[in-house]
Design a protein around this ligand. Structure first.
Ligand SMILES: Nc1ncnc2c1ncn2[C@@H]1O[C@H](COP(=O)(O)OP(=O)(O)O)[C@@H](O)[C@H]1O
Ligand SMILES: [Mg+2]
Length: 310
């Protein structure tokens, strides 16, 4: 059973704006799942619904088998959330805040556990500092410590590295890897393709409230570099000449098009050799063009939306 099961989830805000449409998604135990999408795509809305902060308009969310609506407390107990926005009670000390968070879930105090978290986040020396005296980066560390205080099975990080310093970013990645080792599922949102590429086992792409793609990172990255060269032949071919078998060409358009798929990230694309081979085989063409994989289009589109909004 997946640790998170989302089905037919939609959200229309009271303003009338539909932020999520018919989302189906399963997140497996122990994976690092990145939800990638431009600003305004609906990432925070989705996370906030799964964490029970925003109510869905329709659909269901199960967290470790518990319905987030009907069985909120049991579902919420499993979840740690580091929200996108910084919100902290200014006058409390770091240690009190984190201890208090654990208490909210009805757990007994565990000084050892809290100390380990604070040390891992370089907060131990600051444990008696009041939150209002901390820098933005330190406050974010406190939010992470709070989210981990009750030993959640799933950790949500909403735009964890947007606007944080390099040191915190590195600490965070180390922490995420450690958590994964302990079997904790991590779900993070980002609008940086590089960040998803760096951290995730699986990537879901969300755009305008719809999940348009979910894929293993490795497979996604392989597909991303792929491009096709399409040659329009002067004379149709019945079959690909055996001499050109190495290029794994495909025939299309009733034998009038030869399609070559290559990797733009490879050291050699093989195009020069292919053209020489075609010439040697006496195959002539009167036009050619290239096509990107639809995936590449998606990503180029994402990046463009990002630029428009930046
Ligand atoms: N409380 C709200 N009321 C109305 N619209 C909202 C509210 N919160 C978010 N939205 C809108 O929903 C869309 C998705 O927002 P959000 O989930 O925050 O996106 P993301 O986290 O991907 O940037 C945006 O267009 C945003 O303006
Ligand atoms: Mg957001």
């Amino acid at each position: 059973m997946p640790i998170i099961s989302i089905s037919k989830l939609s959200k229309t805000y009271t303003s009338g704006f539909t932020a999520l449409r018919d989302i189906d998604l399963a997140v497996e135990r122990g994976e690092i799942f990145a939800l990638l999408g431009p600003n305004g795509a609906g990432k925070s809305t989705l996370i906030n619904i799964v964490c029970g902060i925003v109510t869905a308009s329709s659909g269901t969310v199960l967290v470790d088998g518990h319905d987030i609506g009907a069985d909120y407390r049991a579902a919420r107990r499993v979840i740690g959330l580091v929200p996108q926005e910084l919100t902290t009670d200014a006058f409390e000390t770091v240690l009190n805040t984190v201890n208090f968070s654990r208490g909210l879930f009805g757990l007994k105090p565990d000084a050892g556990h809290i100390e380990r978290i604070l040390r891992a986040l370089s907060l131990w020396d600051k444990r008696d500092s009041r939150l209002m005296t901390l820098s933005g980066g330190m406050k974010r560390r406190v939010l992470i410590a709070k989210a981990l205080s009750h030993e959640p099975r799933v950790l949500f990080l909403d735009e964890p590295t947007a606007g944080v310093d390099v040191e915190l970013r590195q600490d965070m990645w180390r922490l995420v890897r450690d958590l994964r080792q302990q079997g904790v599922t991590v779900i993070l949102t980002t609008h940086y393709i590089e960040e998803a590429e760096e951290m995730a086992d699986r990537i879901g792409v969300i755009r305008r409230g719809e999940i348009i793609l979910v894929e293993e990172k490795a497979a996604l990255m392989r597909k991303l570099g792929r491009k096709q060269l399409i040659l329009h032949l002067q004379q149709p071919l019945a079959a690909v000449p055996p001499d050109l078998a190495d290029y794994e060409l495909a025939l299309a358009g009733e034998g009038r098009e030869l399609v070559y798929t290559y990797d733009t990230r490879a050291e050699r694309t093989g195009i020069t050799g292919l053209l020489t081979g075609l010439s040697a085989a006496g195959i002539r063409f009167n036009d050619l063009h290239t096509e990107q994989s639809s995936l590449e289009d998606i990503f180029v589109g994402l990046v463009r939306e990002e630029r428009v909004q930046a």
